[in-house]
Design a protein around this ligand. Sequence first.
Ligand code: NAI
Length: 340
Amino acid sequence: MSAKIYYDDDADLTLLNGKEIVFLGFGNQGAAQAQNLRDSGIPNDKIIIANREDSYAEDAKAKGFTVEHDFGKAAEIADVLFLLIPDQVQPRVFNEQIAPKLKATATIVIASGYNVFYKLLNFTPKQDVVMVAPRMIGSSVRSLYQKGKGFPCFVSVEQDGTGSGLAIALALSRVIGATKAGAIASSAREETAMDLFAEQALWPNIIMLFREAFSVLKEAGCSDEALCYEMWMSKEPAEIFERAAEDGFIQQLKHHSTVSQFGQLSGALALDGSAARAHFKEILYNQVLNGKFCREFSKIEDDLEKEGAANPLNELYRKSEESELGQAEKRVRARLAGLL
Ligand code: NAI
């Protein structure tokens, strides 16, 4: 199944003529996208940065943008509203301060599917809700644009209230620099599924494999120092993924010795993936797509602001650091820093 890819030529910039564009948030993505959009020719007096009074607001002012601290006022004039504050604060801020004031035909632009897929934001039926989701951190969104290059990005229409949702999404994608390299047609569902699947299925397994591999090799007499370097501190895994992106997931193996290539390819083919597959499906369907994780996470969300053991994330860190891998790495790092 191949996705449609949109390029600069697919975007009609005249659709943005005269539109008031508000960026709610001037952080990683907000700062990058607002500057790219202005450098693409959207007049500065048509751009407003809606931001609470903080260092991000100061940064926006220093960069010559008009800053509005009253979100309601900014919402009232917005034809297009980029929702670029952290995902966990979006529902409260948007539903309480933005939505009641937003025009009935405004376009809301999200950069992540989570809150839309789980229906945590309140839109009215004639509004357009589009996703323009760069697959890069904000600094790269900006630096690649400045180099005249594009960046990978997902684009979708989640609610086509005006009938022009896609055309507006493409025009906006183009002015932030996303259609230069090709913006991939996607959806909030697809983006959320892949994001949360990676976070809740793929990477937990990788962490578990490293933890168990460390333990087995340590039991066989390998030293903490040798293991830490062999497994990650040499940055070899980072290089492997860099090569995978450049040369291909399988083809990168050709940079390894023949013994290594043989071991990796024959080993992977010999492994029966059915248990992993069943586990992955369970996470995808019964934790991510059915909204179970979202419902459970919303119950503990407020606790994540707490200090010490009352914060569930601190407890997860504490338990994870108790592993042989975690303890050994602490000793190795202390020794390297000359503390032991
Ligand atoms: P960020 O963490 O950089 O956001 C900071 C901005 O949010 C500042 O303007 C700050 O004043 C404002 N803010 C923070 N807390 C607030 C609150 N309680 N009330 C009002 N304003 C508040 O956000 P980031 O990382 O740029 O993410 C924005 C969106 O972009 C999210 O949907 C995220 O998933 C998405 N995204 C982020 C990427 C990244 O590079 N970090 C990559 C792709 C998408």
